[in-house]
Design a protein around this ligand. Structure first.
Ligand code: ZN
Ligand code: FE
Ligand code: FE
Ligand code: FE
Length: 170
C-alpha cells in the first residue's frame, strides 16, 4: 500500500532516512575501498573519509533528534547500485594496481556526487522549514562530501597520468 504523504516535513524525514541508510552502507564500504587502494594518498583518503562518515552518522542522528524523530533508515537503492557497480567491475576485471586505483577514484566520485545531491536537497527543504539546527548539521556533512570529491578528483588526475604512461603509445 502506498503511504500517504502531504507534508513537506514528512518528505524531509523520509529523505533524511535515505541518506542515513546510504551513510550506513558507506561506513562499511569505505574501509574495504581503503584496503583495495594501493596508492598511499588514495588509501589514506578513504580511511579519513571512513572516519568522517562515522561523524556524519552522528550528525544525522542529531538531525532526526532536532526534528523530534527517531533515526530511521529508508532503503536507498541508488547507493546499493553504486556499490554493486564497484563489486561487479572488480569481480569481472583482472586489473593492474594503477587501473584499479584509477577505477576506485571514479567509484568514490560517483558516491560523493550522490551524497552531495542528497544533502543539497535536504538542506533546501530544511531551510524552507526553518529547521536551522538541521541545516547546520547537514551543511557540515555536505562540506565533507565536497572536500572528499575534490581529493578524489585530484587523485584521479594524477593516477590517470600514471596509468596512461604505462599503456602502449603510438
Ligand atoms: Zn516512506
Ligand atoms: Fe557521507
Ligand atoms: Fe537514495
Ligand atoms: Fe562521502
Amino acid at each position: 500500500m502506498p503511504e500517504t504523504m502531504t507534508d513537506p516535513r514528512q518528505l524531509l524525514v523520509h529523505e533524511l532516512g535515505d541518506i542515513y541508510y546510504a551513510e550506513g552502507v558507506l561506513v562499511k564500504a569505505l574501509p574495504t575501498l581503503a584496503e583495495e587502494a594501493q596508492d598511499a594518498e588514495l588509501r589514506a583518503g578513504f580511511e579519513e573519509h571512513a572516519e568522517e562518515t562515522r561523524g556524519q552518522l552522528d550528525n544525522l542522528r542529531l538531525a532526526f533528534e532536532a526534528l523530534g524523530e527517531k533515526p530511521q533508515s529508508e532503503r536507498c537503492p541508488a547507493i546499493e547500485g553504486i556499490k554493486r557497480e564497484h563489486d561487479e567491475f572488480l569481480a569481472d576485471h583482472e586489473t593492474s594496481d594503477e587501473i584499479r586505483d584509477l577505477f576506485l577514484t571514479g567509484a568514490g566520485g560517483r558516491t560523493e556526487h550522490y551524497e552531495i545531491a542528497a544533502y543539497s536537497g535536504l538542506i533546501t527543504m530544511a531551510r524552507a522549514l526553518n529547521e536551522t539546527r538541521v541545516v547546520e548539521l547537514l551543511e557540515e556533512n555536505l562540506e565533507q562530501e565536497k572536500a572528499a570529491l575534490t581529493k578524489l578528483e585530484s587523485c584521479g588526475r594524477r593516477l590517470a597520468g600514471v596509468a596512461g604512461s604505462n599503456g602502449t603509445s603510438n
